[in-house]
Design a protein around this ligand. Structure first.
Ligand code: FMN
Length: 160
C-alpha cells in the first residue's frame, strides 16, 4: 500500500512527527510539503493520504485548507487520515471542523490530535511575549504526543 503524508509545518513539529511515522512504516511512504506545492496528479497513485497541519492563531495553514477544498473529488477516493497539531487541546474538535471539508471528516479512518511544542529559541521576542500572555507562562512548552505515531501506524495497518 502506498501512503502519502501531505503536511504543513511551521517550525518542524508536524514534519518531525511525519518522519517518525515514515521510519516505522518503512517502504511505500512519501512525504510532501504543501508549501512547496503539490500537483494533484502527484497523489493519484497513492492509496492512502494523510493530511497534517499545525494550528496557528486558531487556524491551519491556508495552503492545506485550499488543497483539501480544491482536490476533494480526488481525496474522496482515498483512504484518509487527518492530523492536527497544537497546544490548545480543548479546541481541537473545532480545529478539525474548521480545517477539513465535511466529506473528509466523515470519511477519515482517524482524526489524530498530536499535541505540539513551543520552543522559544525558534521564535522572536514578540511571539515569545504573545505566548507568555496566552499561556501564562514563559519558556518552552513541550506537549508532543509521540504515541500518536503508533496510533497512525495501527490505522494504516488496518488499511492494508
Ligand atoms: C504564533 C503561534 C500561534 C499559535 N496558535 C495556536 C492556536 O491558535 N491553537 C493551538 O492549538 N496551537 C497554537 N500554536 C501552537 C502550535 O500549533 C504548535 O507550536 C505546533 O507544535 C507547531 O507545529 P509546527 O512546528 O509543525 O508548525 C501556536 C504557535 C505559535 C508560535
Amino acid at each position: 500500500m502506498k501512503t502519502v503524508f501531505i503536511y504543513s509545518s511551521d517550525k518542524g513539529y508536524v514534519s518531525a512527527w511525519g518522519e517518525k511515522l515514515a521510519k516505522k512504516y518503512g517502504e511505500g511512504f512519501t512525504a510532501l510539503d504543501i508549501k512547496k506545492g503539490i500537483p494533484p496528479a502527484e497523489i493519484e497513485n497513492f492509496d492512502t493520504v494523510i493530511l497534517a497541519s499545525s494550528i496557528h492563531a486558531g487556524s491551519a495553514g491556508k495552503k492545506i485548507r485550499n488543497f483539501c477544498r480544491l482536490n476533494i473529488q480526488l481525496l474522496e477516493k482515498k483512504n484518509i487520515i487527518l492530523v492536527l497539531a497544537g497546544l490548545e487541546e480543548k479546541e481541537y474538535g473545532q480545529y478539525f471542523e474548521n480545517t477539513f471539508p465535511m466529506a473528509l471528516l466523515e470519511r477519515a479512518a482517524g482524526k489524530l490530535w498530536i499535541g505540539g511544542r513551543f520552543d522559544p529559541d525558534q521564535h522572536n521576542f514578540f511571539i515569545r511575549m504573545i505566548m507568555k500572555k496566552i499561556k501564562g507562562q514563559s519558556g518552552g512548552i513541550f506537549s508532543e504526543k509521540w504515541d500518536t505515531v503508533d496510533e497512525a501506524l495501527k490505522l494504516l495497518d488496518l488499511m492494508k
